[in-house]
Design a binder for this molecule. Structure first.
Ligand SMILES: O=C(O)c1ccc[n+]([C@@H]2O[C@H](COP(=O)([O-])O)[C@@H](O)[C@H]2O)c1
Ligand SMILES: Cc1cc2nc[nH]c2cc1C
Length: 357
């Protein structure tokens, strides 16, 4: 299978940037007074190339898979939670199910490599949908082998891209589920950003201090075992997960189509980190929903130059933070599209001699 590596041109356009900024500055408010909402509106206007951007048919995809490394005791929960939570997503009872429903987000679950066979079920319009993107029944234990081979990595990326192609709309919200996947995210970050793994390893689903210390020791041994893996896709295959590889493909595809990509927490951001090493311009299409309570996320966001919308100590994953932040994107669009300008409303502007530099 060939590698999925589309060209992603930069959408940076100084003239367009200035035009959108001028529109925002003409709204009836003191200059800059809507703070980060203004920066968000600016970003959405640039991604969707519209002075009045509209978010259409938003699609939340929860990418799910299992991790061989989980057998090394790096998670507080058993591997079976992955498939059990997939069932919960589909039944409508998980956090992301509730928040997606509340916010009018279509919900999809992509089985990229859950260890159990999940029965296919009929598609019911308006209900969460299960997609079979399974590459294998979980990755191999990456403390003693590559998590996946290059062909599996390519397949997972293609699956993610193909799924995005099949979805309507102009906004993709990224979610994930996979017991053990905070370990993969920490490993990708440690290797790709050359930081000490102890600095970027946290409790995940809730390890205690002794558990975190054991997790760090395991992750150190994994990094030593894969010392030769340095290129982004080598690192992804060596220590990633099928859901992460599928998200890399999904991000590249969504970026190529110029969709708005709403990034959730630590693991989805790890996928964006890998994608951005392959095609840096994907970052121009991303909105980072929140700063996760997982300590490595702050370092990862910094490495990407990302400014997250929320800082709520969320550490659930699933796409829950992306769904929570969604109304902020809607507000940003409403602000740009519906707020009056000083001229249209007949409101007096700031006096020239009082303008700050
Ligand atoms: O997104 C995050 O920031 C995040 C932080 C901690 C845990 N999680 C979720 O918890 C699971 C992974 O945790 P663990 O401890 O099994 O590595 C996985 O299903 C993630 O969705 C997610
Ligand atoms: C219950 C549970 C729900 C989750 N959702 C995402 N990761 C999770 C991990 C656990 C353990």
């Amino acid at each position: 299978m060939t590698r999925f590596l589309p060209e992603i041109p930069s959408i940076h356009d100084p003239a367009w940037n200035a035009r959108v900024q001028a529109l925002i500055d003409q709204k009836t408010k003191p200059l800059g007074a809507l703070g980060m909402l203004e920066r968000l509106a600016h970003r959405l206007a640039c991604i969707l190339h519209s002075e009045a951007p509209r978010l259409e048919q938003p699609q939340m995809v929860v990418f799910a898979a299992d991790h061989g490394l989980a057998a090394r005791g790096v998670s507080a929960y058993p591997v079976d939670v992955t498939w059990q939570m997939v069932e919960n997503f589909l039944a409508g009872g998980a956090a992301v199910s509730v928040l997606a429903r509340q916010n009018g987000l279509a919900l999809h679950v992509a089985d990229c490599g859950v260890a159990r066979d999940l029965p296919q079920r009929p598609y019911v319009a308006g209900q969460p949908r299960l997609w079979d993107c399974k590459v294998a029944h979980g990755t191999r234990d990456c403390s003693s082998a590559a998590a996946m081979n290059a062909a599996q990595c390519d397949t997972a990326m293609h699956e993610g891209a193909q799924l995005v192609r099949a979805l309507p709309g102009n906004a993709l919200l990224l979610g994930e589920m996979g017991i053990g996947n905070t370990s993969s995210a920490s490993l990708l970050l440690a290797r790709l950003c050359a930081v000490d793994v102890a600095q970027v390893t946290g409790a995940g689903t809730g390890l205690n201090a002794a558990g975190v210390a054991r997790k760090i020791a395991v992750l150190r041994s994994v990094l030593a075992f894969h010392h030769q893996a340095q290129e982004p896709l080598e690192v992804l295959a060596a220590m990633g997960g099928f859901e992460i590889a599928a998200m890399v493909g999904a991000v590249l595809q969504a970026a190529q189509e110029r969709r708005v990509i709403v990034v959730d927490g630590f693991i989805t951001t790890a996928a964006v980190l890998v994608a951005s090493r392959l095609r840096p311009a994907v970052l121009e299409r991303c909105v980072f929903a929140h700063r996760s309570g997982e300590p490595g996320h702050t370092i990862m966001l910094q490495a990407l130059g990302a400014e997250p919308l929320l800082d709520w100590g969320l550490r659930l994953g699933e796409g829950s933070g992306a769904a929570l932040a969604w109304p902020l994107l809607q507000s940003a669009c409403a602000m740009l599209g519906e707020m009056a300008s000083f001229d249209s409303a007949g409101v007096a502007r700031q006096q020239a001699e009082t303008a700050s530099a």
